[in-house]
Write a protein that binds this ligand. Sequence first.
Ligand SMILES: Cc1ncc(C[n+]2csc(CCOP(=O)(O)OP(=O)(O)O)c2C)c(N)n1
Ligand SMILES: [Mg+2]
Length: 408
Amino acid sequence: MADLPDASTCYELLARMTLIRRFEEEAGRQYQRAKAGGFLHLGIGEEATIVGTTSVMRDEDYLIGAYRTHGHAIARGTDPKRVMAELFGRVDGTSGGRGGSMHVFDAERRFMGGYGIVGGSLPIAAGLGLASDYRSEDSATVCMFGDGASNTGNFGETMNLAALWKLPVLFLVENNLYGMGTSIERHSAQTDLSKKAEGYGVPGERVDGMDVIAVREAVAEGIRLAREERRPTLLEAFTYRYRGHSAADPEVYRERDEVEEWQRKDPIEVFARRCVEAGVLGEREVEETRAKAEQTVVEAVEFADASPEPPLDTLYENLYVLDSAAWYAVDERSPEPHRGEREEESMPETARELAEAGAAYAGQPDGPRPQARPNPAEQGDAQEGTQAEVAGEVEEPEEQDVAEEVED
Ligand SMILES: Cc1ncc(C[n+]2csc(CCOP(=O)(O)OP(=O)(O)O)c2C)c(N)n1
Ligand SMILES: [Mg+2]
């Protein structure tokens, strides 16, 4: 077992986990009172994985999660008042009350959400890693997602690019053994998730996600590899949610005994006991973390309750749709999208400059792609033809009019 860090670090780890636990218990209660709307996914039981991770991240590092992320935001330093206000749908919420439980977001602390689409945050994490490279920043990205998300197409696509482009990203799968009501044995052919990205060139490790110190050490190494060696890795943390998948879950897929067995390994209780037995913290300090958490959460509810709802006439603000040809704005005329100006006409100068710089960075000339691409075989990139070419079945492609293709 890894050694305990110094007393103030232990106190901080315990205090953070205790606050998140208390916050989520209260969020569940407020949901039942219909103060919080929409969906509510609680991560009670998963606090060590969250806090162990954020405790070794730097301010400039990015964190992105899925939809069970109240704790992730609080662990990153977001004010619990603003997280509670978001659950209540109020203007002082982290997303102005428009995102709700699944879309907590805090760009200032580089917590990039909160994402309702399973696996949807994985490619965004690759983008964050690429952004760090592009801007020559020292920052690393930690992408936390569920065992269920490892089955999405996004998982494979992201791992491939992360390995290929040597992106500074640590992928951390929070394996709580279920994707909604489907157990890992029933949803994943490969149940050792640390091996699931090996074939793409992203090696993995496993860690006890109920042990905050073990998580801390494993994540610190993953971040080091990302930051210093530009090597993406995958960390599988074993953890467990005590509550249902969401607030409305009859939990017919697991036995009460199983939940109780995990509760006996409770990350907060076990860590507090260990700190006291080692003489690093006193009982009084443990009690103090509970009292402080209680106080913070009471204040968060009061704050959220006092915060106004967004004014009705702002209903259509911050809504937009982008397709390949144009921006569409949704405004007060009617709820349907209205065709906006063409993107190229309205694109502000800075956006244009960035687009051009991006194209140059990626080695692409601005404008349509050149017609004749160099033959990789002549460049030494490909030594052998495809099966069809070898069999002489491939005709020379006819020249195409690029301008016409673009028009279509
Ligand atoms: C693309 C997509 N498919 C399906 C869903 C419905 N859905 C919501 S949560 C969930 C299970 C995800 O499980 P996991 O990734 O293990 O996360 P956990 O809930 O255990 O934290 C599913 C299938 C969704 N939100 N998005
Ligand atoms: Mg899961």
